[in-house]
Design a protein around this ligand. Structure first.
Ligand SMILES: Cc1cc2nc3c(=O)[nH]c(=O)nc-3n(C[C@H](O)[C@H](O)[C@H](O)COP(=O)(O)OP(=O)(O)OC[C@H]3O[C@@H](n4cnc5c(N)ncnc54)[C@H](O)[C@@H]3O)c2cc1C
Length: 451
């Protein structure tokens, strides 16, 4: 329900967070003629998609591995609108699965569904019948438009029943485990449907990395008169001039470390948990709904090494039962040319983990010690001396978990406090969260707020 009054004339809008959602909303609101200030806690723009740069590199690199799908219409549309669409390109890449000591390529990037089916059909550890069954079920998921009823069952149950236990264990189970850890058996089948239905196997990257996209967007926001205040943590969000929703309420007050600022309308793009903590005036009935939205964190070790570790594989999914200390091994420079990184081979070892996992508090050195045996299982010749530099990145709010009937738990963009809006990854559904959907949501919330 939108309880906000229709506004006439330009408004003074505040946005919490300079990630893809916040910057996209800022850009559209400025286009509508409003005045916009973006508050970002960190010293850089980009949020989860932001990059960092070693002095030896030409391009920044994402803290967490990122690519765009050819089907990501919203972000591709925005790139074209910003005049930087020609910097998006589609390098070839091989996605693979580790199975009992061997690495099997699973996806041909140019082959579409037929490519995937052909790969699975040639996946020797599966019986011929199971390979055919897998191919048929994959095709069904890819093309059925009836996803709504699928949210009533878990992907774990549905897939196991449809493709058989063995095919499930070598194909989709590692993916679910890798993303959702302890929650993997509870994720609904509509989320899984969306991954196959929406995604093309072709993976796109951007010249200058994702930070290049975010910097162009931030520059545009500034050129249009928007202000981006970095290192400005929003510590409180309050209805101004009265209690939430009463006649006296005149706007939203943001409490900053340096004082207070009042806006006509505010968009919060932080996590639901952060919004709840920062906004004491939100009614308990509403925050109880926010509490139901669970998410996973992410921990990634990035390595700059002197030679290739896995030959040609870009992405290797590693099933949990193989006992590795991480679940994804991504050799970025088997996808993007290493000349942009001063000749370094770039590796991401990543895992999605529940809040409170020991990895979050470990130092980069401790994480390296923990991950090294896993890297050596992939390439026994790998030695510490190959490493030129390494970094650890972690984020507590990284992957929302869509439980059964998730659509009934998604909060609307308008919060119960008039003039306060929320847009974050937990509201992306049934699609998997991603920069494309952050653009779509940023634009949707701007249309709602800007009128
Ligand atoms: C491991 C990993 C891999 C991913 N891979 C891909 C991929 O391949 N392709 C893809 O498209 N997407 C990928 N994504 C998802 C993508 O990064 C996100 O969907 C997108 O960046 C979300 O943008 P956002 O603006 O909604 O949120 P965020 O990026 O989280 O931005 C929110 C911003 O708000 C700021 N903030 C929070 N609280 C406050 C506060 N109180 N005061 C001030 N500022 C605050 C934060 O610092 C942050 O900058 C990946 C994400 C992860 C974690």
């Amino acid at each position: 329900m939108n309880t906000a009054p229709m506004n006439i004339g330009p408004m003074n809008i505040g946005i919490v967070g300079a990630g893809v959602t916040g910057l996209t909303a800022a850009y559209d609101l400025l286009k509508m003629g409003h005045s916009v200030t973006v508050y970002e806690a960190r010293p850089y723009v980009g949020g989860l998609a932001a990059g960092f740069k070693d002095p030896a590199w030409e391009w920044p690199l994402e803290r967490f591995y990122h690519h765009i799908f050819a089907s990501d219409k919203d972000i591709i549309g925005l790139l074209n609108e910003l005049g930087i669409g020609d910097r998006l390109y589609f390098p070839s890449s091989i996605t693979s699965i580790y199975y009992k000591g061997e690495i099997y390529p699973m996806t041909r990037e140019q082959g579409g569904l037929m490519g995937i089916v052909l790969q699975v059909l040639s996946f020797k550890p599966l019986s011929f019948f199971n390979r055919l069954r897998f191919g048929a079920v994959s095709a069904y998921i890819r093309y059925t438009p009836f996803w709504k009823s699928l949210e009533r069952v878990t992907a774990h149950e549905w897939l196991q029943k449809m493709v058989g236990k063995q095919a499930y264990e070598v194909s989709w189970q590692p993916l679910l485990e890798g993303k959702f850890g302890p929650y993997y058996k509870q994720v609904n089948m509509a989320w899984f449907w969306a991954r196959l239905a929406a995604r093309t196997p072709q993976l796109g990257y951007f010249e200058g990395g994702f930070q290049g996209i975010l910097d162009s967007l931030a520059d545009k926001v500034r050129i249009m008169g928007g202000e981006i205040r970095l290192e400005t943590h929003v510590r409180g969000i309050h209805p101004e001039g009265g209690t939430a929703g009463d006649r006296a309420q005149t706007g939203i007050r943001l409490e900053l470390g340096t004082g207070n600022v009042v806006h006509d309308r505010v968009l919060a793009t932080c996590s639901p948990e952060m919004l709840k903590e920062r906004t004491p005036a939100l009614p308990a009935s509403y925050t109880a709904g926010l509490d139901k939205l669970k998410s996973m964190g992410a921990v990634v070790l990035v390595l700059a090494v002197k030679q290739s570790v896995t030959g040609g594989h870009y992405w290797i999914n590693i099933p949990k039962r193989e006992g590795f200390p991480f679940l994804a091994f991504v050799e970025h420079t088997n996808y993007v040319d290493k000349q942009h990184y001063g000749g370094d081979t770039i590796i991401f070892c990543g895992d999605y983990l529940p809040q409170g996992h020991a990895y979050f508090d470990m130092s980069p050195e401790e994480i390296l010690d923990a991950f090294l045996p896993g890297i050596q299982r992939l390439n026994p010749a790998f030695d510490r001396s190959w490493i030129r530099n390494y970094w650890k990145f972690s984020e507590i709010y990284a992957q929302p978990v869509p439980f059964v009937n998730h659509s009934t738990n998604i909060p609307p963009l308008q919060t119960p406090i008039p003039n306060l809006y929320m847009a974050n990854m937990s509201q992306v559904y049934p699609w998997d969260r991603g920069s494309n959907y952050a653009v779509e949501m940023g634009r949707r919330v701007a249309r709602l707020m800007g009128r």
